[in-house]
Design a protein around this ligand. Structure first.
Ligand SMILES: [Ca+2]
Length: 305
């Protein structure tokens, strides 16, 4: 086999291997879930409450079976579509697999003590989303609406349980992310619980979904040097970084001493980094690296002419 032929074979093999690596990486990336959206099961009518006020009916438990969730919570939100003709009847809770409970809203419009009145008579009609990212306050949205008022669908903050005074702005916001940040696992059955605790007015839940996001990856730096075998830095080499948490490849060029650097690269992910130059070829032109923190010695060595 001639040297030239062997060189071509080697190049082809290199190309194939590089492409396989890229392909595997894309497959691997596709299997990493940073957002899990689970539809709820068990929707339906909310059993009515009874007298004396308050006496809750049986709970309507909408269930979310979560699996494959990241181990630490970034953020969580819950969405549901429902109707009800008297929000003051209701208590709504989100409950994690280990039983940790957050109230979304309870007894809207009621002032202490709990049995002293029936609260706000506004209706629910549509899709309501609860997350820490929202700014809406459902106590404020309901206040003074009246019997035929439909609280507009939208995004709201979870609020501590009522009764509460004053009814506007109502109980303080609570953080769903903080409430569920230290539960042992996100996986398992979550429950969205609706209780109707006063007679007459009723409602139902027709759809729900739970969204769990993994933590936001922190930024790390990745740097190194491109040099000849005798250690002389090589300037103007193009260094490209792609894969991992990047939406588009990053490209830079080495400085006069052969150094290059990328900053604020999402950590905890695997990247491909390449060096290319019209004037040089490299022993290791393509490297695969998992970035767990700052990395400063990802070097490329040029082949001798
Ligand atoms: Ca009722």
């Amino acid at each position: 086999m001639s040297q030239h032929f062997r060189s071509i074979c080697f190049s082809l093999l290199n190309l194939i291997l590089t492409n396989i690596q890229i392909w595997l990486l894309i497959l691997a990336s596709a299997s990493v879930s940073f957002a899990i959206v689970v539809p709820g099961t068990g929707t339906g009518a909310i059993p009515d409450g009874s007298s004396p006020n308050p006496t809750c009916g049986a709970p309507r438990n909408v269930l979310f079976n979560v699996s494959g969730a990241p181990w630490t919570l970034g953020s969580i939100s819950v969405s549901f579509t429902m109707t009800h003709t008297y929000i003051g009847d209701l208590q709504v809770f989100l409950i994690s697999p280990d039983g940790t409970t957050a109230s979304l809203f309870t007894y809207v419009g009621r002032t202490p003590p709990v049995g002293s009145g029936f609260g706000d008579s506004s209706n629910l009609s549509g899709t309501y989303v609860f997350s820490d990212a929202a700014s809406g306050n459902i106590w404020v949205a309901a206040t003074g609406g009246g019997d035929t008022y439909n609280i507009p669908p939208g995004s709201f903050r979870a609020q501590a349980p009522g009764p509460f005074s004053p009814i506007s702005p109502g109980p303080p916001f609570i953080s769903l992310n903080s409430t569920f940040s230290s539960i042992p696992t996100l996986n398992g059955v979550w429950t969205l619980r609706f209780l109707d605790c006063a007679a007459a007015d009723t409602g139902s839940v027709t759809a729900a979904s739970l969204t769990i996001l993994g933590p936001t990856a922190a930024g790390a730096s990745l740097s190194g040097r491109v040099a000849s075998q005798n250690g002389t830095g090589i300037r103007n080499v193009t260094v490209s970084l792609f894969g991992g948490g990047l939406e588009a490849p990053l490209t830079t060029t080495t400085n006069s001493f052969g150094y290059y650097s990328f900053s604020d690269v999402p950590a905890g992910q695997t990247y491909i980094i390449t060096a290319s130059s019209k004037r040089h070829s490299f022993y290791n032109p393509t490297q695969v690296v998992t970035l767990d923190g700052d990395l400063s010695d990802l070097d490329f060595i040029a082949e001798a002419f």
